[in-house]
Design a protein around this ligand. Structure first.
Ligand SMILES: Nc1nc2c(ncn2[C@@H]2O[C@H](COP(=O)(O)OP(=O)(O)OP(=O)(O)O)[C@@H](O)[C@H]2O)c(=O)[nH]1
Ligand SMILES: [Zn+2]
Length: 365
């Protein structure tokens, strides 16, 4: 039997084999593995021999004080250890993409939610939970981490103008596929399954109550352990999505359930998500008379003109400007922090925060 069989189910491929060899992590007795659940001190792993527990090596924990890099769900790592024993995690194969936001707390820091994600499924319910500004933010999060977003409008059975809603979302999601479905009425499954090909890693996100768990149950089919645990959790009134984990769907894709994201402060990995998510605004801006136009009161502003002639929604512009400001603020704080880092030789973790971070509760936006 092919030793990498287990791992292929979890997304291992010729590409990862190559990255593994290039990483220099493949020395001595080390083997590749993927983090499928993160329990803080302990990580659940899928290895060439099946599942096991692992923990980060002392060396890696120590280095983390400088690098801030610990493995997250979805990471491919290098491990040692005999089968049947707890494995030791020594390093991470360079991440190809990520879902991250700004961590809560006073220091500007990335909170990695999932690594090596191909597609982010953003779920929004077609009844009450329909907020275009919130979708724009999820789209930004995906593009910023190098992940392709797909928008899923759930509970189509509760909506009488589905086509209209799809068109509205397409209007704020250039180049992104938008689909509507109903888990309860078993509508739209084939469309969804086109994103669930074997070998791909998809992450699931969306507001609480948008129907994510129901959708997962629907994809998994009946009599699956997850379905039961989901029901069990629901009956205790807890959010099922607070515990993130990764599992293989019957369609073949690996699914990562992200924690509820009430607060989504953007984290820019330099992938220029803003330009991707708001491409048409940036194209308009190139036509403004002044290169540094703020699109608020300047003469010859092509963006303002688009709002006046109705081709651009002012709310979309405002959201764009707001997120641009957030990212600029984050970059300034980062610049200050890295200056201080080079000025003192203290490890990152012992730095005293200077600013307190403003919290943006965007769910209500
Ligand atoms: N009418 C209708 N209701 C749905 C559909 N999908 C889910 N629901 C209902 O919406 C409610 C919330 O669904 P969940 O699947 O628990 O939502 P969730 O996104 O997982 O919520 P959290 O676990 O809190 O993040 C439940 O009462 C579901 O029965 C659908 O397709 N149609
Ligand atoms: Zn302008």
């Amino acid at each position: 039997m092919n030793l990498h069989n287990h791992m292929e189910k979890y997304g291992w491929s010729a590409k990862w084999q190559e990255l593994w060899q290039q990483s220099g992590l493949d020395e001595q007795m080390r083997k590749p593995a993927r983090i499928i659940a993160d329990h803080g001190q302990l990580q659940r792993l899928i290895t060439t021999e099946g599942e096991c527990w692992g923990r980060v090596s002392g060396r890696m924990r120590h280095d983390n004080l400088e690098t801030g890099t610990l493995p997250a769900v979805g990471d491919w790592v290098a491990i040692t250890g005999q089968s049947g024993e707890e494995a030791i995690i020594h390093g991470i194969i360079p991440r190809q993409s990520r879902i991250s936001r700004q961590a809560a707390g006073p220091i500007t820091k990335e909170q990695l939610i999932a690594a090596n994600v191909d597609t982010l499924l953003v779920v929004a319910a077609l009844n009450h939970d329909f907020n275009l500004r919130r979708l724009e933010r999820y789209i930004m999060m995906a593009w910023n981490g190098g992940v392709r977003p797909v928008i899923i409008l759930s509970k189509s059975d509760l909506c009488t103008d589905v086509e209209e809603k799809i068109a509205m979302v397409e209007g704020i999601a250039p180049g992104i596929e938008v689909l509507a479905l109903s888990a309860i009425e078993d509508q739209g499954k084939a469309l969804l399954e086109t994103y669930l090909q074997p070998g791909t890693t998809v992450a699931l996100t969306g507001s609480s109550g948008s129907g994510k768990s129901t959708m997962v149950n629907w994809m998994m089919g009946e009599n699956v352990q997850l379905t039961q645990s989901v029901r069990e959790d629901d009956s205790r009134g807890r959010h099922t999505t607070t515990h993130r984990e990764m599992f293989v769907l019957p369609q073949g894709a690996v699914l990562i359930d992200t924690p509820g994201m009430r607060e989504l402060n953007l984290w820019d990995e330099g992938n220029d998500g803003l330009s991707q998510a708001f491409n048409e605004i940036e194209q308009l801006a190139a036509e403004c008379r002044f290169v540094d136009c703020s699109h608020t009161r300047e003469a010859g502003c092509a963006v303002k003109e688009a709002i006046q002639n109705g081709s651009l929604d002012e709310k979309r512009l405002n959201n764009y400007l707001k997120m641009q400001k957030e990212l600029q603020f984050q970059q300034r704080k980062e610049a200050v922090a890295s200056k201080r880092r080079t000025a003192t030789s203290k490890p990152v973790s012992s730095r005293k925060p200077k600013h307190s971070r403003s919290v943006i509760d965007w769910e209500e936006a």
